[in-house]
Design a binder for this molecule. Structure first.
Ligand SMILES: *[C@@H]1O[C@H](CO)[C@@H](O)[C@H](O)[C@H]1NC(C)=O
Ligand SMILES: *[C@@H]1O[C@H](CO)[C@@H](O)[C@H](O)[C@H]1NC(C)=O
Length: 394
């Protein structure tokens, strides 16, 4: 059942990956009546690029349009002459100055740290920017140093704020990370770079599904089975095998999800989601210990069983809490369509509701049994252990 759910969820998520944008750059006009030979609706961040290229003079005129996440943010368009991503890119960045005007500066982006204005690979003949209707229009005419260059790697970006004249770092959502491509200056095409977003976002989605199913749904379900089914004598020992089956399958899927997370982490240059990563590693370690706990389980009447119970239950509840926290942290990083987060909230709340109901039923049953025989505490091994502890006390 878990497997078919997984397949279904995978198919659903994969169908969401293909973005749809309507062609709009052709309808954009400029106040100075500037006409560009080509325009492109860029595939992410709702950005547009218009340009004309004169190959005999290696002169490129561009108008780049994008909306910064906040009005005092920045937008950037860059050529990367040596690579495909942000590192090495030669950027034009437009933002507001304190006096309310707009400025365009150039940056040789060599690290993920703060930017410093610098000379770049091309010569900037003129540049300007304007802000209207929430979007920034960045205009520039640049001379490319290599005669005969007709295809360049380009990168674009938008950031929320500028501090003391320095553009602050942008978000790391899929839209931001996929804002790059290859631009054929003469044919007018912007091509998504082959190793770019598609494959990666597919991996991120698979990572998300595996881990939500495992840590976010199956582990809590297995704990509910263990905690509440054992109250019913008729469910013994079925609850135990069901619990083991559920947790071992959850562990197998969880390890697969964990592996995809490690892979994603190692491929993500410059961006570390350290909180999510550390919780993920702790979860893997705790769950592995839990699996071993099964092998080390003392007999029901063994004097250490009480301590084993404390340890096994404590670890189990820690895994539920950390697992759910990390699922939500993952949602914040992956930022899927809201319906996925909502669906998970519904699933986990239903599990919580079921647990609450079973908790109440269990208490009623336990109290009734207590009434009928005041001398025994039938609830679970925990209470049996209590009895033993008193017995052990000197
Ligand atoms: C940009 O910085 C790198 C590293 O410091 C340097 O090698 C490169 O020459 C610089 N590029 C330009 C155009 O100044
Ligand atoms: C580029 O090459 C063309 C001929 O191939 C030449 O006419 C032009 O002057 C060159 N431009 C530069 C900037 O070197």
């Amino acid at each position: 059942m878990a497997v078919s759910f997984l397949t279904l969820a995978t198919l659903l998520l994969l169908s969401l990956i293909s973005p749809s944008l309507s062609a709009t750059c052709t309808s954009q006009t400029f106040t100075n009546n500037e006409l560009y030979t080509f325009c492109n609706d860029l595939p992410s961040l709702n950005a547009y690029l218009h340009w004309s290229y004169d190959p005999t003079r290696s002169t490129l005129s561009i108008a780049f349009i994008a909306a910064p996440p906040r009005p005092n943010g920045w937008v950037s368009w860059a050529i990367n002459p040596t690579s495909t991503g942000m590192l090495g890119s030669q950027a034009l960045i437009a933002f507001r100055t304190p006096n309310g005007g707009m400025t365009v500066k150039t940056y040789n982006v060599t690290s993920y740290g703060p930017l410093t204005e610098s000379k770049v690979w091309y010569d900037v003949k003129e540049s300007s920017a304007e802000f209207s209707g929430g979007a920034v229009r960045l205009f520039a005419t640049v001379v490319l140093p290599e005669n005969g260059t007709t295809t360049v790697n380009h990168v674009w970006q938008a950031g929320p704020s500028v501090t003391n004249g320095v553009p602050d770092k942008h978000d790391f959502q899929p839209g931001n990370l996929n804002a790059k491509g290859s631009l054929d200056l003469l044919r007018g095409q912007s091509i998504v770079v082959a190793n770019g977003g598609g494959d990666r976002s597919k991996k991120r989605n698979i990572h998300g599904i595996l881990n939500v199913v495992s840590w976010g749904i199956m582990f809590p379900t297995g704990i509910i089975i263990a905690r509440y089914l054992r109250t019913f004598p008729s469910a013994d020992p079925a609850w135990f095998y069901l619990h083991v089956f559920c947790q071992v399958s959850a562990y197998a899927i969880g390890v697969a999800g964990w592996g995809t997370g490690l892979k994603l982490g190692s491929q993500s240059k410059g961006v570390t989601y350290s909180g999510h990563r550390n919780i993920g590693i702790s979860l893997f370690a705790l769950a592995t210990v839990q699996i071993f706990a099964l092998l080390l389980r003392p007999n029901k009447d063994h004097k250490y069983r009480f301590y084993w119970n404390i340890y096994h239950h404590g670890l189990g509840y820690t895994i539920i809490v950390l697992g759910i926290i990390n699922v939500f942290r993952g949602f914040n990083i992956l930022n899927p369509e809201p319906k996925w987060r909502e669906a998970y909230i519904i699933v986990i709340s239903s599990l919580g509701g079921i647990a609450l109901l079973l908790e109440a039923i269990t208490w009623i049953i336990v109290l009734r049994r207590k009434k009928s025989s005041t001398s025994t505490k039938p609830y679970d091994g925990f209470n049996n252990g209590h009895g033993r502890q008193e017995h052990l006390a000197p």
